[in-house]
Each structure stands twice: as structure tokens, then as C-alpha cells.
Unconditional design. Structure first.
Length: 521
């Protein structure tokens, strides 16, 4: 293989793709590493997608099944497998299963990268060698049944649920996060993700029992059909079947419709005025009465205010890198501190980790304040330049406790205040609506909030209050001929004077001082 060709790895194939797209991209790279004369092809059937081998047998081109599912585990990295079994760089030139195993160390049924030794790419190399070595089609077809399809090999494929789960977990820790970073076993956020995504369902399986469909279905059906937990449970059970190569279990699970049809109906919504009133009520206490913990209240209101203006997740507020000091980016750009009185742009830098050393969901990013035209002075009203972060006394080392500490304490404060609002995520949705009102584009809002435009344009519109909807229809900058920022650029081109500033302020329902500030930026 040429030194310039791209080696198939789990990490580089997933750089920009997820889910099925990632599998197809990985297959394309595997196809490039096929030996001359033998190719891999995707074959779709009612029971799922599979990989077949294409090669010339005699004077005709054939397309034959090779017993491999179209999954990351069904597409091998030839280079990695060759290195494991016959030394790095050595060609595979074995004709029989016995000969295939002889030069190699004890074979591993599950390569750390999630690749099986009998997977499609490895089989392609075996077929290429056999086509050159075997003299007749009959002999080749007999060999194909024995070696590639393993029809005459008695397999000991009995495995307990505990052993199967251990394989899934090993693959999880050997994999990469959505941020394309290698998972760290010592990271409490990664430990918590394993528990929340896989562990809560796998612990319901009888650990010592042999993997079987009945027990798997019992766990799946313990969840309400159509619910998010039903969909998630089905997904992780499919993952278990794929990991251990249980084709029958995978095919049976693929027949189940896991589409989510039941959604939460208790999602709270909040408007700017609602939050401002809550803030006033929470702070309306005797200043010298220590029972009310005024400093703690101010600190948490600052956190919630950052959510309203920037759309941050609660834990992300505790990962801001430029709260009280400037932040210098890798390419040498200095972002001023949020508490800098001269800082008018108020960009916030969200880091990879929080103060508790947990990882943030989307990692490093820049985020902008989203101020609705109805409240252009929101930063001042919420006193966001007067930074006051809450303090924590972390005692527990339990991953679930540490990873969820911020969200739980934040929710506890809202419940204790008893103002009819307890869901902090509603503030993040409010920020998105603020951005819509101020004319911030969908793509920019999604980038600032740290999710996809699709998520922004669907899920995040579900929490609109009536008042917010009215504001969007009647006072939104996006309803103007051009966004405010574009109007500012036109104003600069025409020449700035007090008359034009007053006119623009009237059109966009903002103060003349705000227009002057934007002109000077």
C-alpha cells in the first residue's frame, strides 16, 4: 500500500461524520485498501445492511456474501489486523483457517478498534490469495464455505451478558467522544456518560445468563413503547448484539420499531419579564438577615443570567475562561474579561473543563450575548459585569454525583425559591428566542449555543411563551428589511449624525445610545 494512502481507522473516519454516515465513510476507506481483484460492496436487505465480496471467478464476476454486517465491527482495518497476527507490513497469504492461525499469536476475537479477525476486509485479502493459489473453482468454493463462511466450523459462541457488556464497555473506552477526543477512563464525565447511556439498561440484564433474545426483550419491554427510554434501551441492546457478532439477535431487534412518539409535556417556558420578576422577588429580602444567604442568591442569579443572555448550559457557566481575566486563544487573539468595563462585545469563552474538572458537553467555543430589542440593556439589568460565581464544597467522588453537581444544585435553588420555575434549561431556550428576535442568523445562534442548526430550528422552538411569540411577531429585528447590524454598516457608509442615529433607534426600537455604541465598535 502506498505511503500516501489513507489508513482506515475508527478515529479519522469519524472526524466529521456520525452514525450511519460514519459507517459508510469507513467502508469507503476499507474499499480503497482491498487487494487487487477483490472488492467490498454494501448489500441492503429487509433484515439489515451487509457487506459482500466481489471478485472474478473463472470468466465471470461474482458477488458473494461473507457473513459480515455493515457496522464498524464488520469493516476491519487490514493494517491493524496484519500487525496483530503476522507482523506489521506483512502480507496476508493464507489459504486455510489452520494456516491462517499458525504464524499468529493467540487470535483475539475482538480487536481493540472494534474489528473482528473474520471481517470483510481481512476476508478480501484471504480471497485474493486463494484465487491465486487454488487451481479449480470447485476447490475454491469448498474453501470459501469453510474459511469465509465458516459453514463447517463448530463455533462456541456462548457468552454471558456480563461478558458481552464487558466487550461493549471495552469498545466504549477505546473509542472517541463526539469532540473527536480519546476517552479517558479517569474522567468523571465519561464515566457518567457510560452509566447514563449504557449502564442503566445493561444492569437490568441477568449478568450470569447466556445472551438470549428473551431476556433482552424483557428489558426493552419494561420501558414504555414510544418513549425516549424505550428508544435508547433498544439502541444499546443492538449495540450489544453487534459487538458480540450475534446476527440472530441483531436481526430480531432490527424488526422492532423504536421511533419515539411520546415526549415530555412538562417543559417549562419563561419570558424575559418573567425572569426579571423572579430576580426581583429573590433579591427582595432583608440585606442583613443571614438566613436568606443573599450572596449565594446573587451568585446563582448571575449564573442564571448568563444562561438567559448567552444560552449556556449550567455547567458551561463554570467553564468560562474570561470571567475576570483576558483569555488568549491559540492563534494569539486576546478576548477581554467579562468584568472589564471597557468590554462592549462581551464575548464569552467556554473551555473544555469546568471548575470541578468535569468536561463540557461541546468543548471549547466562543459564544455571543443575544439581546432582544425589547431589552437592549439586559446585561446591565442582570449585573453580568459584576461577576459572582457560586462556590462548592465537593465531598463525594461518585462520577454521577460530580458530573451532575452543577445542574442539581441549580435546580435545588430554584425549588427552594419557590417562584413557579424550576427548569434551568428553559433559560437556554429563552436565549435562543432572544437571538431570533435580535436578528441573529440560525447558523450563528447554533454555533453560539453549541448544537446543530436542525436542533436549534426544531427542539428549541417548543418552549416559546405567548408573550415571547408576540414579541417575535411584533418587535423582532428579523422582521425588519435588514438586520440591525447590517443597518449599522449602512449608517457608517452614509455618514453618522444625530438625526440618522435617532431615526435608526426609532426603527429598531433601541436607544440612541445603543446605536452610538454599535457604530463605535
Amino acid at each position: 500500500m502506498s505511503g500516501k494512502s489513507k489508513s482506515v481507522t475508527v478515529s479519522n473516519s469519524a472526524d466529521y461524520l456520525i452514525g450511519y454516515e460514519r459507517v459508510l465513510d469507513y467502508l469507503k476507506d476499507a474499499q480503497k485498501e482491498c487487494p487487487k481483484g477483490v472488492g467490498l460492496k454494501k448489500d441492503n436487505k429487509a433484515s439489515g445492511s451487509y457487506i459482500t465480496l466481489q471478485f472474478k471467478l473463472g470468466d465471470k464476476r461474482v458477488n458473494k456474501a461473507c457473513g459480515c454486517n455493515l457496522t464498524m465491527q464488520g469493516i476491519a482495518t487490514a493494517k491493524a489486523i496484519r500487525a496483530d497476527f503476522v507482523g506489521a507490513g506483512s502480507p496476508i497469504s493464507f489459504i486455510s483457517i489452520d494456516k491462517f492461525y499458525k504464524p499468529a499469536p493467540t487470535p483475539r476475537l475482538n480487536h481493540p478498534g472494534g474489528c473482528y479477525i473474520t471481517d470483510a476486509l481481512n476476508k478480501a485479502h484471504l480471497v485474493a490469495s486463494a484465487l491465486q493459489s487454488l487451481s479449480s473453482e470447485t476447490e475454491f468454493l469448498r474453501w470459501y464455505d469453510d474459511v469465509i463462511l465458516e459453514k463447517n466450523i463448530v463455533k462456541n459462541d456462548l457468552i454471558t451478558f456480563g461478558e458481552a457488556i464487558a466487550k461493549v464497555e471495552a469498545g466504549y473506552w477505546d473509542g472517541y467522544t463526539k469532540k473527536r477526543q480519546k476517552r479517558d477512563r479517569g474522567n468523571v464525565s465519561a464515566q457518567n456518560t457510560w452509566h447514563d447511556v449504557y449502564g442503566i439498561y445493561y444492569k437490568l440484564l441477568p449478568q450470569d445468563a447466556t445472551v438470549n433474545l428473551t431476556d433482552v426483550l424483557m428489558v426493552i419491554n419494561s420501558k414504555e413503547r414510544g418513549s425516549k427510554s424505550y428508544k435508547s434501551c433498544l439502541s444499546v441492546m443492538k449495540k450489544l448484539a453487534e459487538t458480540i457478532g450475534d446476527t440472530h439477535l441483531r436481526e430480531e431487534l432490527s424488526k422492532i420499531d423504536g421511533t419515539q412518539t411520546i415526549y415530555r409535556d412538562d417543559l417549562q417556558s419563561v419570558s424575559i419579564d418573567d425572569f426579571l420578576q423572579l430576580r426581583e422577588d429573590v433579591l427582595n429580602i432583608p440585606a442583613n438577615d443571614k438566613r436568606y444567604h443573599l450572596d449565594s442568591r446573587r451568585a446563582w442569579l448571575w449564573v442564571f443570567g448568563m444562561q438567559v443572555v448567552y444560552g449556556l448550559r449550567v455547567h458551561e457557566v463554570f467553564a468560562i475562561q474570561n470571567i475576570d481575566k483576558p483569555f488568549k486563544t491559540k492563534d494569539g487573539v486576546t478576548i477581554p474579561a467579562l468584568n472589564d468595563l471597557k468590554n462592549t462585545k462581551m464575548l464569552a469563552v467556554v473551555g473544555d473543563k469546568t471548575a470541578l474538572d468535569t468536561t463540557t458537553k461541546t468543548g471549547y467555543r466562543l459564544t455571543i450575548p443575544m439581546l432582544p430589542p425589547t431589552h437592549p440593556d439586559l446585561i446591565e439589568k442582570l449585573e453580568l459585569k459584576s461577576v459572582l460565581l457560586p462556590t462548592f464544597n465537593m465531598v463525594s467522588t461518585n462520577p454521577q454525583t460530580v458530573a451532575k453537581k452543577y445542574a442539581r444544585v441549580a435546580g435545588t435553588h430554584l425549588k427552594c425559591w419557590d417562584k413557579g420555575f424550576t427548569q434551568t434549561h428553559a433559560l437556554r431556550h429563552l436565549a435562543n428566542l432572544n437571538g431570533m428576535m435580535s436578528g441573529v442568523s440560525l447558523e450563528t445562534r447554533a454555533m453560539s449555543l453549541g448544537h446543530s442548526p436542525t436542533m436549534n430550528d426544531t427542539v428549541y422552538k417548543k418552549r416559546q411563551t405567548t408573550n415571547t411569540t408576540i414579541d417575535l411577531l411584533t418587535k423582532s429585528d428579523s422582521s425588519q428589511a435588514i438586520p440591525l447590524n447590517s443597518a449599522i454598516k449602512v449608517l457608517k457608509q452614509l455618514g453618522v449624525d444625530t438625526g440618522k442615529i435617532a431615526l435608526l433607534a426609532s426603527i429598531y426600537s433601541v436607544s440612541p445610545d445603543k446605536i452610538t455604541e454599535l457604530v463605535e465598535v
